[in-house]
Design a protein around this ligand. Structure first.
Ligand code: PMV
Length: 336
């Protein structure tokens, strides 16, 4: 039996991407990034210290070993050292990030683990400290402790690399929608860790990419505050394309795009131009596209997607909340 609480953390989509580390051990990114936490996709995790003979990770009732366990242990090790405990951890985790949404679950997974492990160890940590813990498991997880728009400050050491919510116009936060368009649910050929390492080490555009990310962030902050969605979308789309341009200039070069990825990005641009619908594309380390739009345009966009990309799977979500703790998990949801 355990009295541990379930931590629920939501995944996020980056508008300014994290792509490249300056310190792999501490997980310090090369540039600041900024994301939107998503409502419908989350992970629930509970940790019991002394609940197993060795550190054990159970995800959706299956025991995981190898790299997945190693990432989780990095977070748990930090908690053990802060709380001065030695016992092994039983980590029980349930993902509500459907493969069909094409969103990574590592952000929500490592953020929920940071919250659950700290709670189980009796630590009282603020969001800034929790974001630093989550960072040890996965960079994007740093931004999944808070809700709404969140900025990860790259920093220069463990203390200074953390995330915080950023101010945004309330009507923007209420009306922004993310339409995930999934072409492939196959695992990507190059994982984000290897992809960013290769880009940072060999791409002649890497320095330009980090400079561009800083400029984009400087422009994005006032656009969010003013609720200027067209500016937000333009900056986010350009930033994603700049990140993917840097991968094309790596040696050997690579891209996460499929032909349909590029086709959708181009057609979204044309749709915007011809109809005035505010819709913009962003793409992470995979072939699937996330469209950013506003609530009044969602239905029209869905109809358009059905005609243009009939085989793609489409999921819609909105801005999500900060991490929370619960006595029980949300049983009604299906597992990914
Ligand atoms: O932290 P990771 O390994 O999940 O890497 C995230 C990389 C991107 O999703 C492409 C960008 C981002 O900022 O989330």
């Amino acid at each position: 039996m355990t009295n541990a609480l379930w931590a629920r953390a939501h995944t996020n989509i980056a508008l300014i991407k994290y792509w490249g580390k300056k310190d792999a051990e501490l997980m310090l990114p090369a540039n600041d990034s900024l994301s939107l936490t998503l409502a419908d996709f989350y992970t629930e995790t509970r940790v019991t210290f002394g609940g197993a003979a060795t550190d054990t990770l159970r995800l959706d009732d299956h025991t995981l070993t190898g790299p997945a366990l190693a990432k989780a242990v990095k977070v748990v090790d930090q908690v053990r050292s802060l709380a001065h405990i030695q016992s092994a951890a039983l980590i029980e985790s349930y993902n509500h990030v459907p493969t069909a949404a094409g969103l990574a679950s590592s952000a929500s997974g490592m953020a929920a683990l940071a919250g659950a492990a700290a709670k189980a160890a009796g630590l009282t940590l603020d969001h800034r400290q929790l974001s630093r813990l989550a960072r040890r498991g996965s960079g994007s997880a740093t931004r999944s402790i808070d809700g709404g728009f969140v900025r990860w400050f790259a920093g220069h050491d463990d203390d200074s690399s953390f995330a915080m919510p950023v101010a945004a116009a309330p009507e923007l936060l209420a009306n922004i929608r993310v339409v995930a368009v999934v072409f492939s649910d196959q695992p990507k050929s190059i994982g984000s860790t290897d992809g960013m390492a290769r880009t940072a080490a060999t791409s002649s555009y890497f320095a330009a990419w980090t400079e561009r990310a800083d400029e984009d962030l400087t422009l994005l902050l006032p656009a969010l505050r003013q609720g200027d969605f067209r500016a937000v979308g333009t900056i986010a789309e350009g930033n994603a394309l700049a990140m993917h341009a840097a991968t094309l200039a790596a040696r050997p070069p690579f891209t996460y795009f499929l032909p349909s990825t590029l086709a959708l990005i181009q057609q979204v641009g044309q749709l915007r131009e011809h109809t005035g619908i505010p819709v913009f594309a962003t793409v992470d380390a995979g072939p699937n596209v996330k469209l950013l739009t506003l609530s009044p345009y969602v239905t029209q966009l869905q109809t358009w997607l059905q005609t243009q990309f009939p085989t793609a799977q489409v999921t819609i979500t909105q801005a999500g909340p900060e991490m929370s703790y619960h006595q029980t998990r949300k049983e009604e949801n299906t597992h990914a």
